[in-house]
Design a protein around this ligand. Sequence first.
Ligand SMILES: C[S@@+](CC[C@H](N)C(=O)[O-])C[C@H]1O[C@@H](n2cnc3c(N)ncnc32)[C@H](O)[C@@H]1O
Length: 201
Amino acid sequence: MIYVVGLGPGSTDYLTPLASKLIAQCDWLVGADRQLLAVGKHAGREHKLDKKLTDLVNWLMEHQAANIVVLASGDPMLYGIAKYLNQQLGKDKVQVVSGISSMQYLFARIGLDMNDVYLTSSHGKTPDFDFVMQHNKVALVTDDKIGPYQIAQEIVQRGLQRTLIIGENLSYPDEQITLLPADQVIDKTYLMNVVVILNER
Ligand SMILES: C[S@@+](CC[C@H](N)C(=O)[O-])C[C@H]1O[C@@H](n2cnc3c(N)ncnc32)[C@H](O)[C@@H]1O
């Protein structure tokens, strides 16, 4: 079986007991260097995440008789690798084990419910910002091309008033959570982050 296991936002305090058990018992653990390092000692062999996902799919098909854990950040079904692996390998070959998403973590930290939130992403893609701005509560995973500054500019250029909550390096010792009106987001460099946009009017 191929398990796609969510690691949570980063700190191993947020790893679920089921994730720990599967990691401890697997024959092969597949992940990026920092993920393999983060989970620590285990009995299985390690396979570094292939740069090309098609190579990963081929490798998984060749090794599918073994017990394989593919590590994913946060929750694998939320802008993670699970969708792709389900599509490529078939849902009968893949079991997804959910983890705590960086988005969920941020809402918990700021004490804001996730009811009716629109979840989207600017990670490697440009969201439809006109559609985004129709929602009163939005959360985005981002990347270094479209991050807090660029998102704030989309708001300012539309003459809208929104509050941004920027959660950087969530669950790590250097975590930082900043709340700013969009027109005051002037910093262009943020660490790995999740952005919540609130229309508070
Ligand atoms: C490919 S997405 C994966 C999201 C993941 N599946 C989840 O549920 O959190 C990667 C993006 O998630 C966000 N992210 C993941 N971990 C984070 C953390 N510890 N702190 C802040 N943002 C994080 C960042 O926007 C990062 O660029």
